[in-house]
Design a protein around this ligand. Structure first.
Ligand SMILES: [Zn+2]
Length: 326
């Protein structure tokens, strides 16, 4: 199983001082250099536009002029250039933009020709070109891993970067630290992902009921919560949701049967740090009796009326689950 590291657009124009700088973009460089040592192939993508490219605001596009072919801003950051085995250029056509490093570059075929099965993806920016590249890599059938320490976001709307990581995890990417001593750059915490499952079934008295656990551990020991827990580096968020549901309630639900409800990252939702929940919905035809286990002191079905407040931001997740219409 050969793996490649794809470093997306770590170019002068996307770093502080550049024409379209990603705030905090420099922090990705050290973790990317460390990760490169674990990969059998290092690919760097370059955003490379002709002058008067359609993505530039002067041409009616969304971005200031950046990464014009031949300009200093289009150059790769020197340390990244030094470790790249292969460089692909994207966005080279005048009349169309390309966020993904796989878009029009032939990268899929190049990786397949080298028997690459896993692609580690990092670089700039989480919410645009990293996101698009990772979604394309998944669609092409690669195992995709994203270490949050190796990406930084534009965050046009606050939380865009986190939402993109949640989206990638829900799409099947493995999002989490990929190095034992994962470095986080400028002391910024690396988010950890949890998977939480809102499991609903018809209630005996009519209406619906929800499967909840009484937490055995801090934080929020003694409170009711949705079953859930941390996503391991070897599994997708859906796999983690199904596993945690099984461990905490004894219910066996296929990861494929879980419906993704989105990601939740309320500031301060968890005293253990910066934690992003990928929430899932499981719809059961009948209330299978649960058995508490793992860090759940009790597990039971609860009517929706008169519920006590749930731990973390699980009330919000439950509300999203109840509003879900297939
Ligand atoms: Zn561009």
């Amino acid at each position: 199983m050969a793996s490649a590291l794809l470093i997306v657009d770590v170019q002068r124009d996307f770093l502080p001082g550049g024409a379209l700088a990603v705030p905090d973009g420099t922090r990705v460089i050290e973790p990317l250099l460390a990760l490169a040592a674990t990969a059998s192939l290092v690919v760097a993508s370059r955003d490379t536009h002709p002058a008067e490219h359609s993505s530039f605001s002067a041409q009616g596009g969304s971005w200031p002029e950046h990464c014009v072919v031949g300009s200093d801003g289009a150059e790769l950051e020197p340390r990244i250039a030094a470790i790249a085995d292969l460089v692909v250029c994207k966005g080279t056509a005048l009349d169309r933009d390309a966020y993904s490093a796989f878009d029009g570059t032939g990268l899929t075929a190049m990786l397949q020709a080298r028997a690459i099965t896993t692609v580690l993806i990092g670089g700039l920016a989480t919410d645009y070109c990293v996101r698009a590249s990772a979604l394309d890599a998944l669609a092409a059938g690669f195992e995709v891993r994203v270490d949050p320490a190796t990406v930084a976001a534009v965050d046009v709307a606050p939380g865009d970067g986190l939402r993109a990581l949640g989206e990638l995890a829900a799409a099947g990417a493995i999002v989490g630290p990929q190095l034992a001593d994962s470095r986080t750059g400028c002391g910024r915490p690396t988010p950890r992902l949890t998977a939480d499952v809102a499991c609903l079934s018809p209630a005996p008295a009519g209406g619906r009921q929800v499967l909840l656990v009484r937490r055995a551990r801090e934080p929020h020991a003694g409170s009711l919560a949705l079953p859930g827990g941390f996503v391991e580096p070897t599994e997708s968020a859906a796999q983690a949701g199904a596993r945690e549901l099984g461990e905490e309630t004894g219910l066996a639900v296929d990861a494929e049967a879980l419906v993704e409800l989105g990601s939740f990252s309320a500031p301060g939702r968890d005293p253990r740090g910066w934690i992003v929940s990928i929430a899932f919905l499981a719809l059961l035809d009948e209330p299978v009796p649960p058995t508490a286990g793992d860090d759940a002191a009790a597990a039971d079905w609860y009517p929706l009326a008169g519920l006590e407040p749930l731990a973390f931001d699980h009330d919000e997740i439950l509300a999203r689950a109840l509003a879900y219409r297939p």
